[in-house]
Design a protein around this ligand. Structure first.
Ligand code: GLV
Length: 331
């Protein structure tokens, strides 16, 4: 009987996924809470047919070069900015991700951050705990209304649209968006209007980022952009930390250039505990948990397992990132 394909999983993912992979492959799972170091990862993948990676693992050409048998990298995430996709394609390696199943959880998280930051909830809860709640305050902890406002979505893809739907039908917001692509469905179903980014920044009460991280978008939220937002604006980022110049954001929050921010992603992750953003009461920071629900993580594990098993057996990936690799996939 042929030996089972070898798969290295860089962290414990939900059991549902591990059971599937373990049944079809000779699987090794990195047991620690922290990711394997680059040296360990290099050692581990040398003999692997498949790799299950996380967004904390950097997968690039030099790493892939040590793994002559590697046929697939299955990322346990929808984002794949941790992987050099052209390098994988050049080497005949298929790459998979977990789109779709985390759309609602991530849109919910953007909504949670928007409500939390707009209504100054973390600040209020901390004040209550610390005894700073002296009486009912007519002018204390005043936040921003959500109903009937304008939301600006940067990146109207799956997650941007799901967040916009919540804003439109939950809070009757007007929806503006900026994207390189037109989203006819969002325009028809949500009455969304595609505008130039400057118009979006000027007119939106809330700005939420749902674009992917690439050479063009890295650092795009800089001092100049924050200056174009309303003083009452709330800025939400559930996409990727490096999209934002965090020094400029801290400045904008400190000086009142904008009202508040809610971040599920930072640069780096984790954000060091002495970072200036933590010191600002109008900045809410969550530890990159947008997809962290039981059901969503199970679904991500299922797709991730399907991708890696298809990859090592020469089958069709459930969610391929680089379909252009077909025809030259490693056997
Ligand atoms: C999480 O950030 C993901 O890309 O799935």
């Amino acid at each position: 009987m042929a030996a089972k394909p070898r798969v290295f999983v860089t962290r414990r993912i939900p059991e549902l996924g591990l059971q599937k992979i373990g049944a079809a492959c000779a699987m090794e799972v990195w047991p620690d809470q922290l990711p394997p170091s680059a040296d360990i990862l290099r050692e581990k993948i040398k003999t692997c047919d498949g790799l299950v990676s996380l967004l904390t693992d950097r997968i690039d050409g030099p790493l892939l070069d040590v793994a002559p048998k590697l046929k697939v990298v299955s990322n346990f995430a929808v984002g794949f900015n941790n992987i050099d996709i052209p390098a994988a394609t050049d080497r005949g390696i298929a790459v998979g991700n977990t789109p779709g199943v985390l759309t609602d959880a991530t849109a919910d998280m953007a909504m949670v951050l928007l409500m939390t930051a707009a209504r100054r909830i973390v600040e209020g809860v901390e004040d209550a705990k610390a005894g700073r709640w002296k009486t009912w305050e007519p002018c204390g902890w005043l936040g921003q209304d959500l109903a009937n406002r304008t939301v600006g979505i940067i990146g109207m893809g799956r997650i941007g649209s799901a967040f916009a739907r919540r804003c439109r039908f939950g809070w009757n917001m007007k929806v503006l968006y900026a994207d390189v692509y037109q989203n006819a469905t969002a325009e028809k179903e949500l009455g969304a209007t595609k505008v130039e980014i400057d118009t979006l920044l000027k007119e939106s009460d809330f700005v939420s980022v749902h674009t992917d991280l690439n050479a063009q978008t890295k650092g795009m939220f800089n001092a100049e952009l924050f200056k174009k937002m309303k003083k009452t604006a709330v800025f939400i980022n559930t996409a990727r930390g490096p999209l934002v110049d965090q020094g400029a954001l801290a400045d904008a929050l400190r000086k009142g250039t904008i009202f508040a921010a809610g971040l599920d992603v930072t640069d780096p992750e984790p954000l060091p505990t002495d970072h200036e953003l933590y010191k600002l009461s109008n900045c809410v920071i969550a530890p990159h948990v947008a997809s962290a629900t039981v059901q969503t993580r199970d679904e991500m594990a299922r797709i991730c397992a399907e991708n890696v098993i298809a990859g090592v057996t020469g089958g069709k990936l459930t969610a391929p990132v680089n379909p252009e690799v077909e025809g030259k996939r490693r056997k």
